[in-house]
Structures are given as structure tokens and as C-alpha cells.
Design a protein around this ligand. Structure first.
Ligand code: NDP
Length: 255
């Protein structure tokens, strides 16, 4: 897949989609920068990457994307001397009707899902221009479709989609591609972090099956595989794309 030896940053590599993505890049011989806040979980991803490829070169950076964007890029360049792929995966959501939420929710979610991506992109761009590299942003189905009680999260992912398109145009003359994936419901810790109990999460995942045309929810590796494709030369003529990885959910309409 043309990714051997490439230097790849995966934010949110400590869990779910990011951890699966890091493992797939490791399998293909990329040099992978694993970054996230939870050091123990980052170490678990490190172990999984090494199990996938005993020769893989890894760099662990314990960092918060809202405050440490410059450090993430700088430390990567210090260690590997270049950057080929940036996967902006770290993200989270909060719920609540506009009647109940406050501006602090807006700031928290937008800071993580949009502002940090702006900063990481800004600091990474000169290095990606040098390597003719690319960016893959992890957006969401909610960037393409609206949901009640999730206005801020939906807005953050819609903004990320538009940012993806705009930066794709900024960087196209430099032959740097920028794309996004828009997952449907994927089995990770994401929904527990939204505040669901274990039982609520089980019910949510079961109820979600029928909401995807393929009749099931997705696995982190299915998103990781799409990220790998977009980051590779197999996608050399794709930029500014927002690719649903959602079992056909984006195409569905209530009858
Ligand atoms: P997880 O909760 O399993 O993983 C989220 C990751 O983001 C963790 O590694 C977490 O790091 C990291 N993260 C969150 N905030 C920060 C921060 N401020 N600084 C650094 N790292 C941070 O969920 P997913 O794997 O599902 O989520 C990955 C992406 O996929 C998100 O952007 C999410 O919006 C998107 N997505 C998920 C869907 C799903 O159904 N699961 C559907 C559509 C999109 P740590 O734990 O170390 O703090």
C-alpha cells in the first residue's frame, strides 16, 4: 500500500478507531506516532502494534490535542525528521438539547474536534508539503446528517468536513491530499464516554443495527482500513472527499 517507512501520526491512538488505525499502519511498516492522553492505553496500543509487526518503529507522545498540538508535531520531527501522514482521529461528543446545554459544552467539543485539528494541520502542513504527504480526518456520519440533542457534536463534525474540503483546496497545488472518513456507529468506548451505562450501551448498539442498511454496526478495523486506503497511493487522485463508512446509513431515509 506504499506506506512502508512513512511517518504517520495517529491522534487518539489510545483507544477504538485510533488504536486500530495505528495497528494497521504498523502492519504495513509505517513509523507510527501514537498520541493520546491515557498513557496506559497508549502502551496497550504499542503492544498491539509490536505484535502486528515486531520491527515497527514507534513514538509514544502523551498529549492533549487541545493544548499540545505544536509539541506533537515538533516531537515527531525531532525523532523521525519528517512527516508523511497526519490522522486527526482524537474526538469526543457531548449530548443535550439547546434548551439545556451551555456555551462551555460548545467550547469543549469545538476545541477538541475542530480547533485542535486546525492547529495540528497548521503545524503539520509545512512538513507534509516537503514529503507530498496527506491528512485523513476522522469525522462522523453526524457531519452529514442532523440528530436531535447533539447539536454541538454534529456541528463540530460538519465543520470538520468543511475544513477538510477547504484545506484540500489550499494544499492541492502542493500535491498534499486531505480527506475525511465519516463513520456510522462503531463499537468503541465512544458511547460509554457519552455517558451511557454498560446496559444502555448494549441496547444502543443492538438498536443501531437496523439503522444501518447492512443491518449491523461497524468495527474499528473497518474504519482503519478506509483510513489506510485514503492515506495510501491507491487514493492518489482523491482529495477533499468525505467518505461514509457507515454500512449505507447515509443513504437511508425514513419511509
Ligand atoms: P474512543 O472514545 O474509543 O476514542 C477516542 C480517542 O480520542 C481516545 O484515544 C482519546 O484519548 C482521544 N481523545 C479525546 N479527546 C482528546 C484530547 N483532548 N486529547 C487527546 N486525545 C483525545 O472513540 P472512537 O475510537 O470511536 O473515536 C475516534 C473518533 O471517531 C472520534 O473523533 C469520534 O468522534 C469518531 N467517531 C466515532 C464513532 C463511533 O460510533 N465510535 C462514529 C463516528 C465518528 P484518551 O483516551 O487517551 O484521552
Amino acid at each position: 500500500m506504499s506506506l512502508a517507512g512513512k511517518v504517520v501520526i495517529v491522534t487518539g491512538a489510545s483507544s477504538g478507531i485510533g488504536a486500530a488505525t495505528a495497528e494497521e499502519f504498523a502492519k504495513l511498516g509505517s513509523k507510527v506516532v501514537l498520541t493520546g492522553r491515557n498513557e496506559a492505553n497508549l502502551k496497550a496500543t504499542e503492544t498491539a502494534c509490536k505484535a502486528a509487526n515486531s520491527k515497527v518503529e514507534l513514538l509514544l507522545i502523551t498529549a492533549d490535542v487541545t493544548t499540545d498540538a505544536e509539541k506533537i508535531i515538533k516531537t515527531t520531527i525531532e525523532k523521525f525528521g519528517q512527516l508523511d501522514v497526519l490522522v486527526n482521529n482524537a474526538g469526543y461528543g457531548e449530548l443535550g438539547s439547546i434548551l439545556d446545554i451551555d456555551v462551555d459544552q460548545f467550547d469543549r467539543v469545538m476545541n477538541t474536534n475542530v480547533r485542535s485539528v486546525f492547529l495540528l494541520t497548521k503545524y503539520a502542513a509545512p512538513h507534509l508539503v516537503k514529503t507530498q504527504g496527506n491528512i485523513v480526518n476522522v469525522s462522523s456520519l453526524v457531519g452529514l446528517r442532523a440528530f436531535a440533542d447533539a447539536s454541538v457534536y454534529c456541528t463540530s463534525k460538519a465543520a470538520l468536513d468543511q475544513f477538510t474540503r477547504c484545506i484540500a483546496l489550499d494544499l492541492a497545488p502542493k500535491n498534499v491530499r486531505v480527506n475525511a472518513v465519516n463513520p456510522g456507529v462503531i463499537v468503541t468506548d465512544f458511547h460509554r464516554r457519552l455517558g451511557m451505562s454498560k446496559e444502555e450501551n448494549v441496547k444502543f448498539l443492538e438498536d443501531s443495527k437496523a439503522k444501518h442498511a447492512l443491518g449491523r454496526v461497524g468495527q474499528p478495523k473497518e474504519v482503519a482500513d478506509a483510513i489506510i486506503f485514503l492515506a495510501s497511493d491507491s487514493a492518489s487522485f482523491i482529495t477533499g472527499a468525505t467518505l461514509p463508512i457507515d454500512g449505507g446509513r447515509h443513504a437511508m431515509c425514513p419511509r
